[in-house]
Design a protein around this ligand. Sequence first.
Ligand code: SF4
Length: 323
Amino acid sequence: MIVHTFYASKALSKTGIDIADFVINPYRGCTYGCVYCYAQQNKNIKKRKEKWGSFVDVKINILNLLQEELRSGIMDVSQRVLIGSVTEPYQPIEKDMRFTRGILHTLNDFGKSAVILTRSPLICEDAELIIKGGHTVFFTLNTFTPLDPENPAFQNGNECTIGLEQKQKSRSSGRCLTGFAGRIKEGLEPAGPSLDQRLDAVARLVASTADVRIHIGPVIPGLTDCEMLFAKLPPGCTEVALELYNFKMGSWPCVRTVLEREAPQAVKLCEEITASPEIYEGYCRRFRDEIATINRKYGYSLRFFIPQFDAYFDNEAYHYEVS
Ligand code: SF4
């Protein structure tokens, strides 16, 4: 792991994302190194020579900056901060630096609330602080279960099925897909925690009475088994947000390379559904419908983050349809 430190010019940045008014990122880069990560498109990251996932930059003055900005009255009483919009705030270096913990302490001192986006069990060590400040955790889960190779992804040309049905057929065919799923996980999320570790962390947070919402993302058509995830959620979860993968954010060529080896049907599905705005919109409608059907058994409050067909990340505007 390559660690650099630097002085940031500010701690809080305004955001257009609907779940918060400001974002704060104690680190730049992320040693979990997810291949699909949108943060790679950040202009400061793109300049880097090191491989994505091999480095992390630490903003060593972040806590002083945050205190100064909060003292200046930058935030209204009702406004919230999203911690971890372009980095994982509980990636391994947090264990040594504890800057995310410092941010929570500072926000608590100033009576400000936060939304924390994470996929790391390390967050459980801060459960007390999170409860004390009334903060909300969005915990990210996903799966990498490929379609059954014997099951053609598209039978009907543009009238594609969305992948969830295909996976149901895979299960009934009795083929063991664990090997594929393990290799895809290693390819797409080389250092991220396993699903079991994450589910255990969610259960511990829920048991601690922290406000935990589930974030399933990115949902990659043909890979993300939402039905299985819904079934595995521990009791006490109330809200599930589903974020469809944004094919226009720049990481698709690398994701495609990983999937081509292990799940070519998923590549075919992804490319067919993004062939035109009409097909894509049809897919998104079916996706919502299928999730609503799955959810009949559970009754979670649902939230969808669906990128518009031609949206591209521009660092300020998040072109999401939220419902
Ligand atoms: S954990 Fe989050 S920030 Fe880190 S590489 Fe993965 S998607 Fe990106």
